[in-house]
Design a protein around this ligand. Structure first.
Ligand SMILES: Nc1ncnc2c1ncn2[C@@H]1O[C@H](COP(=O)(O)OP(=O)(O)OP(=O)(O)O)[C@@H](O)[C@H]1O
Ligand SMILES: [Mg+2]
Length: 226
């Protein structure tokens, strides 16, 4: 099943007089089960592509279908619902709320999605191997552990799809490998489709597909055998 179908997407940013044409007539299909690794130079539009595919930013032209729904025809409330329940995000900086415990950080997205099932907090922490950190505060954890909490938060509403924008960018090599192993487990065992942006070519070994972006265009897109 096709999860994302982006067709002839263009994305411009306007800053005063300056216009930046970031995504250029880009088309991309992502199927359920894919683990896509997006690589490309800084400024090539990788983050912008994630924002547009996830509906955080509208394309300037072209269309994005997420689970068959054309995002430009979805009302804001339905969009929020779709984002909360279908998509999980993981960023380079973990964005955990410092004065909330791990438990409370994981509770928050369920409250926002009005789907309050605290049992899932334990399940998510077990999935990322951090059940013992449940009542700790983010600053009591290492960077790698905080990123694993952020991944637990991303899966709490049982998304079909995770967008991860350089999730290992701020981590040492060992923690980076742990995060990659975890993403692979979510892909294999939990059947979550993953779209990862990375600067680390070694991490492409975990992916089933490598997509190379250059100057806002896809210059190569290859399936990989693990
Ligand atoms: N909100 C914005 N307003 C104006 N220009 C922007 C905005 N966001 C991104 N850009 C520009 O769009 C281009 C692509 O940015 P983007 O962040 O998508 O690149 P990237 O491939 O993710 O780079 P990096 O590897 O450094 O994270 C850059 O030229 C950037 O300056
Ligand atoms: Mg980026």
């Amino acid at each position: 099943m096709v999860l994302i179908d982006a067709r002839e997407v263009n994305k411009d940013y306007h800053n005063g007089e300056v216009m930046t044409h970031v995504l250029k007539n880009l088309s991309l299909c992502v199927s359920e089960g894919d683990f896509c690794g997006i690589v490309g130079p800084s400024g090539s539009g990788k983050s912008t592509l994630l924002y547009v595919l996830s509906g955080l930013e509208p394309p300037t032209s072209g269309s994005v279908l997420l689970t068959g729904k054309d995002l430009s025809h979805v009302f804001e409330t339905e969009m929020a619902d779709l984002r909360q329940k279908t998509i999980g995000f993981v960023f380079q900086f973990y964005n955990l709320i410092p004065n909330l415990t791990v438990y409370e950080n994981l509770l928050l997205p369920m409250i926002i999605a009005k789907d309050h099932q605290p049992k899932r907090i334990e399940e998510a922490l077990e999935a990322v191997g951090l059940i013992e950190a449940m009542h700790q505060y983010p600053n009591q954890l290492s960077g790698g552990m905080q990123q694993r909490v952020a991944i637990a938060r991303a899966i709490i509403n049982r998304p079909k799809l995770i967008f991860a924008d350089e999730p290992t960018g701020n981590l040492d090599q060992k923690s980076g490998i742990e995060v990659m192993n975890l993403l692979q487990k979510l892909n294999h065992e939990y059947k979550i489709t993953i779209i990862l942006v990375t600067h680390n070519l070694e991490h492409i070994h975990y992916c089933t597909r490598k997509i190379e972006l250059c100057d806002g265009m896809i210059v190569s897109d290859e399936q990989r055998t693990l």
